[in-house]
Design a protein around this ligand. Structure first.
Ligand SMILES: [Zn+2]
Length: 656
């Protein structure tokens, strides 16, 4: 054994000891920490506190950034910690008898805007509006804003149109911290308010034109001078102007907007054609849904633009905003589409009443529900009424009466009042240029849920939804509850369809399609909730139910009431919410947010069959209450009997 061999043996021995020590060390099992949310590197809005969700297996105690945080049996934790703007480290320290484990997660908290110093006059980049290209018509108001030093003189110009128009400094603005929304309290401390925001406006006059022009901002401050040289050294020569006697200087800065302004030539109509028939039009750029049906091929005049959103004229006083991707611009000279209605009729079938409006062209329309009295109002844009005839179906008691009016040029309104207490949905479509609105009659079932077609939608699948502290995915919890809910509803005689049976991917827009195929009479989407960043989960949680169309509110109320009664959870609220799965009009639909994934007690409960069962029972009970309250529909049954008394009895006269 030479010295080299000896050395090798020694090295091997040392390595073995080290390896054994390592193993022993691992067997002692220090806590194992995982942070589920926020994710590594995640950017969060300018908030001052944030929740931290995760699990520390085997831990006896836990601190997050030095704050003692409760550990649950499963090791789950939900911390609520103060955060600071910029790169921010979340340090999780877990302990047990074997020792201590540490886990660091770095996130980025957006910085709230800082007030611009008095002498700076810098026009802040993110504050200059218009930020996107805008198209205006004569008569439109051009509105501009910018932020710079407080108490400055600020002007704006639209070169070639208007020069050096004064802007006014607005009263202090709330910084975007704790901005109020439906899920957050709106309390703003005075100290967090921001000065130096300026506003200006200019109404475009007839005959004025601009072609992609940027708005120029000029900010000015006058300063008294002691020594001219010192100022000269401080400021660039092109941003300081001295008075003739050098007793004062005007410091100024100029900058331009990112968005460019075009003033359209209103003498020549600018028409675009709708490319796809299922598009979403809005009341403002990227704002609320207007909910009209715009058939493919509809031609409307463009009267403005903001970024990718075009303002279109549906009628002389009706504007809608349509996204760039949904339209094709046509060469000058194309007329916008208009038409008229001269005849309407109502046909009764066993399960529905069909309104037929004979138009001369496929025009955009929207349908509004009103509840008391129950009416549907169909507004057709670009249409002029030439209606002399409304033909009723004597056998059909659902429609109490129909009437039309022309409240303004280019808007025809056709209203039907219904003889029922609950609207069970309607479908609308064009057959050629005839607009058909098929209104569902109340189901004849009067034996609870027996025979009723109910579609249950377990939320998410390709995406996980929200995630609980120990890693339970919302999509999984939703499916567990949905399956139990199906069993309960089937036991009570309903015909139930699930939009997904397992983890297969079903897109958001395929879910209503599945419901229509199943001839759904009720639609229930099952979810579990999450909170926006920066909201204290200990103060804000509970069960909530959402509806979109007014006629779905009664179902939402019954289910929310049942959830609160059975789950003994706080009331997070009954909401009108704009979710894609609830926008179809063919059936009453609701979305239920049962519990909160991030709350350790809720997550732990969601993993148990008993709680899943309890939630499913609560929803099923709510559905049952709604159905028993609504069926048989008393008003409809009375109308039916009254009609039979008047007529020859109706036997065999229903066409289907
Ligand atoms: Zn969800």
């Amino acid at each position: 054994m030479n010295s080299l061999t000896l050395l090798r043996r020694f090295v091997v021995a040392v390595l073995c000891v080290a390896a054994i020590a390592g193993t022993l060390h691992a067997q002692e099992a220090r806590p194992k920490i995982q942070v589920v949310y926020p994710r590594e590197g995640q950017s969060l809005p300018p908030i001052d506190s944030q929740f931290v969700v995760g699990q520390a297996l085997g831990a006896k105690s836990l601190k997050i950034n030095g704050i003692d945080t409760r550990l649950y049996d499963s090791g789950a934790f939900l911390g609520w910690i103060p955060v600071r703007p910029g790169a921010f480290a979340i340090e999780v320290v877990a302990q047990n008898r074997a020792g201590e484990s540490r886990f660091t997660r770095t996130i980025e908290i957006a910085k709230p805007p800082v007030e611009t110093p008095l002498e700076s006059l810098k026009v802040e980049t993110d504050s200059r509006k218009p930020a996107e290209d805008v198209w205006l018509w004569p008569g439109d108001l051009l509105e501009v804003t910018c932020r710079t030093s407080p108490r400055a003189e600020v002007f704006f110009s639209l070169p070639g149109v208007a020069e050096q128009l004064p802007m006014v400094e607005l009263s202090a603005q709330d910084r975007p911290v704790f901005r109020g929304n439906a899920f957050r309290d709106s309390t703003v401390a005075d100290s967090s308010r921001l000065h130096g925001v300026y506003y200006g406006s200019y109404r475009v006059g007839a005959g004025e034109r601009a072609d992609s022009v940027r708005v120029i901002f000029t900010a000015r401050n006058r300063v008294g001078l002691v020594a001219r040289d010192s100022i000269g050294a401080l400021f660039a020569s092109d941003s300081v102007r001295f008075s003739s006697d050098s007793s004062f200087a005007d410091l100024f800065s100029t900058d331009s907007s990112a968005g460019r302004v075009t003033i359209l030539d209103d003498r020549f109509p600018n028409v675009a054609q709708i490319k796809d028939s299922v598009i979403v039009a809005r009341v403002g750029p990227a704002q609320g849904y207007f909910w009209p049906f715009l058939p493919r091929g509809t031609r409307l005049e463009i009267t403005g633009r903001k970024g990718p959103w075009y303002r279109m004229r549906a009628a002389p006083h009706q504007e809608i905003w349509v996204h760039d991707t949904s339209l094709t611009r046509l060469p000058a000279g194309f007329p916008a589409l208009t038409g008229s209605v001269n005849f309407t009729r109502i046909d009764g079938f066993s399960d529905r009443s069909e309104l037929r409006l004979f138009l001369t062209a496929q025009l955009p329309y929207r349908i509004d529900e009103s509840l008391d009295p129950l009416e549907l109002t169909i507004s057709i844009y670009g249409a002029t009424s030439d209606i002399d005839w409304i033909r009723y179906d004597f056998d059909d008691p659902l429609v109490q009466y129909a009437d039309w009016r022309q409240p303004e040029p280019g808007v025809l309104q056709y209203t039907v009042r219904l003889n029922c207490d609950q609207l069970w949905g309607y479908d609308s479509y064009y057959e050629g240029s005839t607009l058909v609105v098929a209104i569902r009659k109340p189901p004849e079932e009067d034996d609870g849920l027996r025979g009723l077609s109910i579609v249950i939608d377990p939320g998410h699948s390709a995406d996980d939804g929200s995630i609980g502290p120990t890693g339970l995915k919302e999509k999984t919890a939703n499916l567990w509850i949905a399956r139990k809910l199906r069993d309960l509803l089937v036991d009570r005689g309903a015909e139930v369809t699930l939009t997904r049976e397992g983890s297969e991917d079903v897109s958001l827009y395929d879910r209503p399609r599945i419901a229509r195929q199943a001839k759904a009479e009720l639609f229930i989407s099952v979810h579990n909730n999450a909170l926006p960043d920066g909201v204290n989960p200990w103060r804000k949680h509970g069960a909530s139910t959402y509806y979109y169309h007014p006629s779905s509110k009664a179902l939402a109320e019954c289910v929310q009431g049942s959830l609160l009664r059975k789950l003994e959870m706080p009331d997070f609220g009954l909401f009108r919410g704009n979710f894609a799965v609830m926008r179809p009009t063919q059936y009453p639909s609701i979305l239920v947010e049962c519990a909160f994934m991030i709350i350790p007690e809720h997550e732990a409960a969601l993993k148990t069959a008993a709680f899943q069962e309890k939630v499913a029972e609560a929803i099923a009970e709510g559905v049952k209450t709604f159905v028993e309250k609504s069926l048989p529909d008393r008003k409809y049954q009375e109308a039916k009997k009254a009609r039979e008394r008047l007529g020859p009895g109706g036997s065999g006269r229903n066409r289907r």
